[in-house]
Write a protein that binds this ligand. Structure first.
Ligand SMILES: C[S@@+](CC[C@H](N)C(=O)[O-])C[C@H]1O[C@@H](n2cnc3c(N)ncnc32)[C@H](O)[C@@H]1O
Length: 448
């Protein structure tokens, strides 16, 4: 699409001699099909993919196709007289993505995707793929005009999502939608117990990884270009972890002090757990709960890597505290609630497919239930931090507002002199702010 209108233009650029072959296109179409028709997450799919250049290109196609899926779907419905089979549809969508968003010559894109149709056993569909792509090349400008006429075509989100953001953020909705379609940076959290941020920045520069200091969190460094974690100085010995900068605000907002009893109620994969330990140099009694035992194993390995030991890991449903609560109240509780993830859509574009408005409403109920059942575990004067990586008010202020109305012993603590956007009960980091993901934080104190 013309560059000006093409929000978040992707820049996978290749020289002519090194195009990945048609099998990477076929692989991308298969992965897209797994997400769209089987509801699999990208994280699960990547785990099964071998490393390598063709995988990188295929991954790029899958990410981009999902990022612009609502728009590309609309385009396909204009181009195809009848809806193709699911796999063929995924091949067409991903081919349209390559054609419109990647800097690969159009003739190669047509040729390789027609070949990919054959690789996928859809020989008879190859002429249709060819016709769709050639028409897109010929009628590009008028097709773009058609797409721009609708909100789904312009912003590339489901209409319910656009409506939600418009109603929650009447001023900022457009910039929030646009930010959600950009590429997220790779941001690191420095363990200040091991090394200073300035020293680590110098270590990174010496290792050939230029990086910038974050402006919101004192622990954050943003790499100019992403790299494999095993190439980061001190990664294996816990100097540094990968974490979005807004997520790095949770530990200082909760502000646990040495010797306190702390509960991390929805902990996996353990980014904030690790930060709580770093923040207190491991000097807290930390109970770490998650419902998903496999994900809890990731918390275990992170804690092992960063090297702090005073943790009780519990695989349990936090809405059933009788399964893990010993009777001794906590001084600090973190509820990093399961949510729509609407604030992290730039990292997980598959959620444009896997989330629905009904799903957001279900998440909202679970969030309220988590607060309700965990609140009695907090001691008098204790503090609870509620966090979501969502920009939907339904999962944020509405949940906290409902809870406050039912609990006169809950006092809402404001966040003085912080750079985020104040909401009725908490603060929000709007997606893209300081190149961060979208987050929400609310802090409750238990009165006596
Ligand atoms: C947003 S993620 C937490 C991210 C984590 N705090 C971090 O910083 O890496 C939400 C987690 O809540 C867990 N979860 C969902 N429902 C739960 C429940 N009823 N009890 C405990 N954990 C639950 C999920 O398995 C998921 O790992």
């Amino acid at each position: 699409m013309g560059c000006v209108k093409c929000r978040g233009f992707d820049s996978f650029d290749m020289n002519h001699s090194s195009y990945p072959d048609d099998s990477s296109r076929a692989r991308a179409a298969l992965a897209l099909n797994q997400v769209i028709t089987q509801g699999q997450t990208l994280d699960a799919i990547w785990q099964e993919w071998p490393p390598g250049r063709d995988s990188t290109f295929a991954r790029e196609i899958v990410y981009g196709s999902l990022r612009y899926l609502p728009r590309l779907n609309l385009l396909l419905s204009v181009l195809a007289s009848e809806r193709p089979s699911p796999l063929l549809e995924c091949l067409c969508i991903s081919a349209l993505y390559q054609l419109l968003y990647l800097r690969v010559p159009t003739h190669a894109t047509v040729h390789e995707n027609v070949a990919a149709a054959k690789v996928l056993g859809m020989v008879r569909a190859a002429p249709m793929v060819n016709a769709i792509l050639r028409r897109t090349i010929r009628e590009r400008d008028s097709l773009i005009q058609t797409l721009e006429a609708s909100e789904v075509g312009r912003y590339a989100y489901p209409q319910w999502w656009i409506d939600e953001v418009k109603s929650d953020w009447p001023q900022e909705w457009e910039s929030l939608l646009v930010a959600g379609n950009t590429r997220a940076p790779m941001t690191l959290r420095i363990n200040l117990d091991r090394i200073t941020r300035d020293t680590y920045q110098s270590e990174l520069a010496a290792a050939g990884f230029p990086a910038q200091l974050g402006s919101l969190a004192s622990t954050a460094i943003r790499l100019d270009r992403p790299c494999a974690t095993d190439r980061l100085p001190g990664f294996t010995t816990g100097w540094v972890s990968v974490q979005d900068e807004a997520a790095q605000l949770a530990a200082p907002f909760l502000d646990p002090q040495p010797g306190m009893r702390v509960l991390d109620a929805c902990s996996a994969p353990g980014g904030k757990t690790a930060h709580l330990l770093e923040y207190t140099r491991g000097n807290i009694y930390l109970d770490v709960v998650d419902k998903d035992p496999e994900r809890l194993e990731r918390v275990r390995s992170t804690i092992k890597r960063i090297g702090y030991g005073t943790v009780r890991l519990i695989s349990a449903d936090a809405t059933h505290p009788e399964d893990f609560f010993t009777g001794e109240c906590y001084d600090r509780i973190l509820i990093d609630a399961p949510c729509s993830g609407s604030g992290v859509v730039r990292r997980h574009p598959d959620i444009k497919v896997t989330r629905t408005r009904a799903g957001v409403e279900r998440a909202q109920k679970l969030q309220a239930q988590l607060l309700e059942t965990i609140w009695p575990l907090l001691g008098i004067s204790g503090r609870l931090l509620y966090v979501t990586c969502s920009i939907f008010e339904r999962e944020n202020d509405q949940v906290i507002g409902g809870f406050m109305a039912r609990h006169p012993d809950a006092v809402c603590e404001r966040f003085p002199s912080n750079p985020l956007t104040e909401t009725k009960f908490g603060v929000a980091c709007q997606t893209g702010r300081g190149d961060c993901d979208g987050f929400y934080f609310a802090r409750l104190r238990k009165s006596g």
